[in-house]
Design a protein around this ligand. Structure first.
Ligand code: ASP
Ligand code: MG
Length: 399
């Protein structure tokens, strides 16, 4: 007998039919003799709808009340799924995040899990019940409801799997697994049987949108093997683990694009020691997460510094730089995108970057900035060309 955590996203519990579909998957797993803990998200677009409702009342809602509101979506899902399970003869108990023992820090709308008290889940499992837990939510020190940030139910599932030392953590979604590129946009995108945590982290943060970033971080930290698979089509998905089998000749695991990119330029910065520290120290204080940094060679005692960050952070960065009084020529441009290739195999092979640049060159796409790490190469290009770039790179690297 194994202990299995199964997570179902919003589209998988969208309506009555989908809820019963999930109930059957869960019941089959339970009937096969396993203990099962299920984590669910809010149905369909519920969370977006709740956010829109708040906007009808105020443009500046308190974060505490937003969490109170948003957490209600998952509460609907757990009750309905538990009812559906009971209806088909599988005994189930629903638990909110706090009943399930999620304790978080105080950061409303983006709380981090501090610890998990698993007694309640364990005692329900001992009574041979399926436990249905609301994802995305917990309780802070003040006994206030908190949420874990958008897409946080993946993190809830991994945290439960880690705390209970589950044998398997399955993330069910509406795609069949992790692909070499977005299968809706790139024909010939291939499903990967396996991928490493590090590769997945890069792809998640690059906008591959299959797994939430923090869930992968947590899975890596506690070494929880994840299986991403479809709730609609029972075929093998993608396993995410520490070391993946190297597929012959597959240096690259994926091509991703990220359009949430702001390019900020600071012109005529004095060319003297300590300037970078001044700029990026100040941005760090404002919690701006800087990605790629470029610095021009100096001329006449001045140089330009260019960096990228998310579009959400950009106004904060621009304001901080201008208000410092030291940099007057600051501009921000949102018309760029980042395309990246990711693969642990590139560490030990040469020529990968050249192939990527060649693909872009053959498609006549101009590169504005480049950054590399051991397992990733990213190029900043015009946003209008991002989809074309991804296809071109994918075609040339995966033939
Ligand atoms: N319902 C929340 C959201 O839409 C959490 C989740 O789906 O994981 O962000
Ligand atoms: Mg959702």
């Amino acid at each position: 007998m194994a202990l299995i955590v199964q997570k179902f996203g919003g589209s998988s519990v969208r309506d009555r039919e989908r809820i019963f579909n999930v109930a059957r998957i869960v019941a089959n797993t339970h009937n096969a003799g396993n203990d099962v803990v299920v984590v669910v998200s809010a149905q369909g677009d519920t969370t977006d709808d709740l956010i829109a409702k708040a906007a009808e009342i105020t443009h500046n809602p308190s974060a505490r009340e937003m969490d109170m509101l948003m957490a209600s979506g998952e509460q609907i899902s757990i009750a309905l799924l538990a009812m559906a399970l009971n209806e088909i003869g599988c005994h189930a108990t629903s638990l909110t995040g706090w009943q399930a023992g999620f304790r978080t820090d105080r950061a409303y709308t983006k709380a981090r899990i501090k610890r998990m008290d698993t007694e309640r889940i364990t005692s329900e499992l001992e009574r041979n019940r399926v436990v249905v837990v609301a994802g995305f939510q917990g309780l802070n020190k003040l006994d206030d409801i908190t949420t874990l940030g958008r897409g946080g139910s993946d993190t809830s599932a991994v945290a439960i799997a880690a705390a209970l030392h589950a044998d398997r953590c399955q993330i069910f979604t509406d795609v069949e697994g992790v692909y070499t590129a977005d299968p809706r946009k790139v024909r010939n995108a291939r499903k990967l049987p396996e991928i490493t945590f590090d590769e997945m982290l890069e792809l998640a943060s690059l906008g591959a949108q299959v797994l939430n970033n923090r869930s992968v971080e947590l899975a890596k930290k506690y070494n929880v093997e994840l299986e991403v698979l479809s709730s609609l089509n029972p075929v093998p998905g993608t396993v995410v683990k520490e070391v993946a089998k190297e597929m012959e000749g597959m240096l690259i695991k994926g091509v991703a694009k990220d359009t949430d990119v702001a390019v900020i330029t600071i012109m005529n910065v004095p060319d003297e020691p300590g300037m970078s520290f001044k700029i990026f120290g100040m941005l760090a204080q404002k919690k701006v997460n800087v990605d790629i940094i470029l610095q021009s060679t100096g001329r006449g005692g001045k140089k330009d510094i260019i960096f990228t960050c998310s579009q959400g952070d950009a106004p904060i960065a621009v304001r901080a730089l201008k208000e410092s009084g030291k940099f007057s020529e600051v501009s921000c441009d949102n018309s760029y995108a980042k395309v990246s290739i990711v693969g642990a195999g590139m560490q030990s092979h040469s020529g990968v970057a050249a192939s990527m640049f060649e693909a872009l060159s053959n498609s006549n796409i101009n590169i504005h900035m480049i950054s590399t790490s051991e397992i990733k190469i990213s190029c900043i290009i015009d946003k209008d060309e991002a989809d074309r770039a991804v296809s071109a790179i994918h075609d040339s690297l995966f033939h």
